[in-house]
Design a protein around this ligand. Structure first.
Ligand code: HEC
Length: 133
């Protein structure tokens, strides 16, 4: 009787460990699948964040200038608001306004803090900001 009980215990133990091993391997499978899904999502986001070809003025504006120029932080002329831009353009002309953005003016940091912008990138961002002005 005792041997039978022992055997039952051992067999139950085998059965249980088998069942646990199976759930663990399912967990492992889930864990292996998850990163693949995440990588795919990250890849999709990257594809839209870095479009092929040169950046448009709007791209540069949205990356570097919108923080201040959308709502006029520190008195920044607001994007596509003629009343904010026309006096500057009338007084200085486009080239001087562009030069000031490149070198910085008042509270406006040089290049609008866009570390990887060329002077031409700044120009196209300004052209986007004064569109329709
Ligand atoms: C940290 C805030 C900030 C950021 C970021 C910023 N600007 Fe400005 N910008 C200002 C402020 C403030 C002024 C007004 C400066 C003044 O006239 O004293 C200004 C003025 C300007 C002017 C007018 C210059 C003139 O001579 O009247 C241009 C053009 C300009 N910014 C372009 C840009 C561009 C392009 C970017 C992005 C690449 C950018 N700014 C990012 C704050 C910012």
């Amino acid at each position: 009787m005792k041997v039978k009980a022992f055997l039952t215990l051992v067999l139950t133990g085998f059965f249980l460990s088998g069942a646990i091993a199976q759930t663990m391997s399912e967990e492992e499978i889930k864990e292996r699948i998850m990163p693949v899904g995440k990588v795919k999502v990250a890849g999709a986001v990257d594809a839209t964040a870095a479009p092929a070809g040169p950046r448009s003025g709007k791209d540069i504006y949205q990356a570097a200038c919108t923080a201040c120029h959308a709502v006029g932080v520190l008195g920044a002329p607001k994007t596509q608001v003629a009343a904010d831009w026309q006096p500057r353009l009338d007084e200085k002309g486009f080239d001087q306004v562009w030069k000031n953005a490149v070198n910085g003016i008042g509270a406006m940091p040089a290049m609008g803090t866009c570390g990887d912008c060329s002077e031409d990138d700044i120009k196209s961002a300004i052209e986007y900001m004064i569109e329709g002005v």
